[in-house]
Ligand binder design. Structure first.
Ligand SMILES: Nc1ncnc2c1ncn2[C@@H]1O[C@H](COP(=O)(O)OP(=O)(O)OP(=O)(O)O)[C@@H](O)[C@H]1O
Length: 357
């Protein structure tokens, strides 16, 4: 059972091995935030349930304590809970919704934790807050949520609500999922999913995002790059088919951290941008990676980006599908939009956050 604590003036006790190296650039950005967004007091402080994943990132217990202390100093009553295994965050979020005594459920972790909490909030009016403690923190980057926990907490207490449409993965008769699984930022098949599925978790805990770079490099030598068949339904009802070595269904612009894979994607719109990487092999994988890091992936002639409301992906074998950095299904899959968005709490100042306000 995950531990759950009622609101208390004391902040949670977490293991000590959570220290995070300071990042001076981030400090500067957070400092700018602090200067430009002095909190406007809420009429009623938001009631918060904070769900922290102690396995996210490289250990960040201090940061959870600082976030809880800041929320309480801003007048927000905070219940908190630690996850003990995958799936706990969805269950705890559902329980918080069912109790009806919170305005916001905060995911303190990485994109996998946010994914789980968002899955637990679908269909409710309870908002989603983020304390970014993961390895890549793609949603936090997308929405401009600051890394510094005190500032992220301030956003939760005083930020605005932005609609966040989720992708919804459906299995098939061969690969049933036992219910829809939603994703927040992206779902990927082919080489992308293979790297996520086989990443060395011990190395990830020690080195963070480098574990993916290393995994991609040394897996590419042995990976057979099977061809994915992608069928896309566009917003105007056209059907487009494409073959891919890797396909990434993007809900947001960013991928793998600060890199922009789909510049026209918008988490507040109920459409995807489907990035189709056509050519197989180590050299092409490296080329796509380099162009992604330069923010120019969509300009390559062998890359297609297609706007979509529905995507079906077939592969010869039951290869994995990754969503928000975790394997959640196997091929074939169908991906649609969840009809109702969840409400994400975002800072006012970050670009795009006026959507739906
Ligand atoms: N107590 C736990 N022990 C082990 N794994 C857990 C625990 N609680 C949750 N998990 C799982 O940990 C996985 C990774 O968490 P998360 O994605 O939040 O961190 P991350 O991978 O470091 O960050 P990011 O996705 O931003 O790179 C999630 O799939 C989640 O289900």
């Amino acid at each position: 059972m995950a531990r759950v604590n009622a609101p208390s003036p004391r902040t949670p006790r977490l293991p000590k091995d959570y220290a995070m190296p300071a990042k001076s650039l981030q400090r500067f950005a957070d400092g700018v935030l602090a200067l430009t967004s002095a909190p406007a007091p809420q009429a009623q402080p938001r009631r918060v349930c904070l769900i922290a994943n102690p396995a996210a990132g490289q250990g960040r217990g201090q940061r959870v304590r600082r976030a809880v202390a800041r929320l309480e100093s801003l007048g927000c009553p905070v219940r908190w809970a630690l996850t003990e295994r995958p799936g706990d965050a969805t269950r705890l979020a559902r329980e918080a919704v069912a109790r009806g005594d919170v305005d916001v459920v905060v995911a303190a972790g990485g994109d996998g934790t946010i994914n789980e909490v968002a899955n637990g909030l679908v269909g409710s009016a309870v908002a989603l807050g983020v304390i970014p403690l993961g390895t890549a923190n793609v949603l936090a980057i997308e929405a401009g949520v600051p890394r510094r926990p005190e500032h992220a907490a301030q956003v939760i207490a005083t930020g605005r609500l932005r609609p966040l449409y989720l992708g919804e993965v459906r299995g098939s008769a061969e690969t049933p999922l036992g219910g829809p699984r939603r994703f927040v930022m992206m779902a990927g098949a082919g080489f992308d999913a293979h790297v996520v599925d086989t990443v060395d978790l011990g190395l990830k805990r020690r080195t963070g995002a480098l574990a993916y770079a290393w995994g991609a490099f040394h897996r590419a030598f042995r990976y057979t790059f099977p061809s994915c068949l992608v069928s896309v339904t566009t917003p105007d009802g056209r059907e487009i088919e494409a073959e891919a070595s890797t396909v990434v269904v993007c809900n947001g612009r960013h991928y793998g951290g600060p890199f922009v894979a789909a510049p026209r994607a918008d988490i507040s719109q109920p459409t995807f941008q489907v990035v189709v990487l056509t050519r197989p092999g180590l050299i092409n994988a490296a080329r796509y990676g380099a162009w992604l890091m330069l923010g120019r992936l969509e300009h390559l002639p062998d890359v297609r980006v297609i706007e979509a409301t529905r995507v079906r992906i077939h592969l010869q074998d039951a290869e994995p599908l990754q969503a928000d950095g975790d394997t959640i299904a196997h091929m074939p899959v169908e991906i649609v939009m969840t009809p109702q968005p969840v409400s994400l709490i975002v800072p006012d100042w970050a670009p795009g956050n006026d959507a739906g306000a």
